[in-house]
Design a protein around this ligand. Structure first.
Ligand SMILES: [Zn+2]
Length: 329
């Protein structure tokens, strides 16, 4: 898709009262330099979906975009730090509750209390029982979102209808990239908000939450891709990063192929019984000291669990706090 196409899509969305607010990342983050917030409806009754990462650069950009606006609603697509980093501030400044799915709120609220026990249990599960305290020290602070919790929260449930920009939208909740992200499918116009479940050119993170290390997020992500692949080509998708796009089925098939390749590579890597942590350290020596180590464990466990679910691998509890091992079935 060229720039002109993208501009045309943004203009078309503008006619529906939908606009993209591009916010900067506070640090370089994988393939993305920016994150989207989306605005729906008129400035005097603005509905905002997402609010960017923590930090003053994103706050300044968001404040500028919202200058003079009265906020009627504030929704978080999911609770990853790059989408809810300003949530406490937005709720306070505009005196609105944060609307979020119940599953995402259970993850988000953990940010504001001690989640060390959850992280300990997760590290043990991965086979890091012995190195737990050093890892806890290295990674706990990195995983916390700075700032205060939203002071009011309202849970928005799946299978309901909600109004954005004067249009009716079906509320869907999908897990895969996170535990319960919103997808909003417009009933009155060919537009679907997909958030971080689907991008162009990049395969989103798919992995387990630290509180649910036995989950199979790839199964739900594949189900989501089936659902998206059924969208007509002209439907405009609103992503959490990057420009809006059409031809969702092409993106969905690209993501499915990429996830299947990752599964194949992981299946080939497991030749003898191994823990999740040993796999990650084997593939990337020194990974445990790096910032993204917990995220890599979560993604790897997602692949391993799915390979168990489809019968390629078996998982066994090695006992005595040594976590789980994975082996060929
Ligand atoms: Zn994101």
């Amino acid at each position: 898709m060229n720039t002109e196409d993208t501009d045309d899509l943004e203009v078309g969305l503008g006619h529906h009262g939908i606009g993209r607010i591009v916010l900067p990342f506070c640090e370089s983050f994988g393939p993305f330099k920016q994150v989207n917030a989306w605005r729906f409806g008129p400035t005097d009754a603005l509905q905002l979906v997402d609010c960017g990462p923590p930090g003053e650069a994103a706050f300044a950009a968001l404040s500028e975009a919202l200058e003079g606006a009265r906020l009627a609603r504030f929704i978080a697509s999911h609770a990853h730090w790059d989408h809810v980093g300003q949530a406490g501030r937005v709720c306070q400044l505009f005196d609105v509750p944060l609307e979020i799915s119940g599953a995402e709120w259970s993850v988000f609220e953990r940010q504001f209390r001690a989640f060390e026990p959850d992280l300990c249990a997760f590290l043990s599960h991965c086979g890091e029982g012995r190195r737990q305290s050093a890892l806890l020290q290295a990674h706990t602070a990195r995983m916390k979102i700075p700032g205060s919790a939203p002071d009011r929260v309202s849970v928005l449930e799946a299978a309901t209808t909600t109004e954005l920009a004067g249009l009716d939208w079906d509320v869907e909740v999908w897990s895969g990239h996170s535990v319960g992200a919103f997808v909003f499918a417009c009933k009155d116009a060919p537009v679907v908000f997909v958030g971080d479940q689907l991008f162009t050119g990049v395969t989103p993170f798919v992995g387990v939450e630290i509180t649910d290390p036995l989950a199979d997020p790839l199964a739900t992500q594949f189900a989501f891709l089936d659902r998206i692949a059924s969208l007509p080509d002209h439907v405009i998708c609103l992503p959490g990063h990057g420009s809006p796009f059409t031809r969702a089925s092409v993106q969905a098939e690209g993501q499915r192929a990429s996830l299947l390749r990752r599964l194949d590579r992981m299946a080939d890597t497991v030749t003898s019984p191994v823990s999740c942590a040993d796999l990650v350290r084997g593939l990337s020596p020194g990974a445990e000291a790096k910032r993204g180590y917990i995220v890599r464990l979560r993604a790897t466990l997602g692949l391993l669990n799915h390979l168990c679910a489809i019968g390629t691998l078996v998982r066994e509890d090695r006992g005595a706090g040594r976590g789980y091992g994975f082996a060929r079935a």
